[in-house]
Design a binder for this molecule. Structure first.
Ligand code: ADP
Length: 191
């Protein structure tokens, strides 16, 4: 089993890279952002509860997003060669929740990838994505809010995985292919 966490600011390309990693290494991709958008589009009770938060770029309370993540984890446990967690954890508390949930299943995170990019590049990418993504949170005002919330929480996430000796920083600028090559080099060193 290979279990990866990929985190990075909005627009850093986590989703794109996670899809490539999933393909190459036969992993299951668990994106809490996608799960929440799906709940919202399906108008479930949870979706209705979180919609205004997601649309305005705020974080969804830990209990709610944990519930969604654990459900997906339990459903997909026996498939694939491991998981790639994208968008969860997003703060120190969530990192501990994920660690405990995996440990109780006798699993562990092998590698945590911190994908980086400058704010100028991020804003440019998200505005471009907003033209086609249909995501209500891909607009200039909400992007700034999302970046600010991200920067506030990321230091706890970094120190959490640093202490476990699992943290790896990858430069997220350049073409998606270039970034993917950096990531595969890193993963291949571990397997
Ligand atoms: P991005 O990283 O580009 O902001 P995501 O698709 O990962 O996009 O997340 C979109 C939104 O979903 C977040 O702004 C937040 O409202 C909500 N969300 C996703 N994952 C989490 C999480 N782990 N904790 C709290 N809220 C989350």
């Amino acid at each position: 089993m290979l279990n990866l966490v990929i985190f990075g600011p909005p627009g850093s390309g986590k989703g794109t890279q996670a899809a490539h990693i999933k393909e190459k290494y036969g992993l299951l991709h668990l994106s809490t952002g996608e799960m929440l958008r799906h709940e919202i589009a399906s108008k479930t009770a949870l979706g209705l509860e979180v919609e205004s938060l997601v649309v305005s770029g705020q974080l969804v309370p830990d209990e709610l997003v944990t519930e969604v993540l654990k459900k997906a984890l339990a459903e997909k446990m026996s498939q694939g060669n491991g998981f790639i967690f994208d968008g969860f954890p997003r703060n120190g508390e969530q990192a501990q929740i994920l660690e405990d949930a995996l440990n109780s299943l006798n699993l562990d995170i092998n590698i945590a990838i911190n994908l980086t990019a400058s704010d100028t590049e991020l804003i440019k990418r998200i505005l471009l994505r907003g033209e086609t993504s249909g995501r209500a949170d891909d607009n200039e005002i909400v992007i700034k809010e999302r970046l600010e919330i991200y920067r506030k929480n990321v230091s706890d996430l970094i120190s959490f995985y640093q202490k476990l000796g699992k943290l790896n920083e990858v430069d997220g600028e350049g073409t998606p292919q270039e970034v993917f090559e950096r990531i595969t080099k890193l993963i291949d060193k571990h397997i």
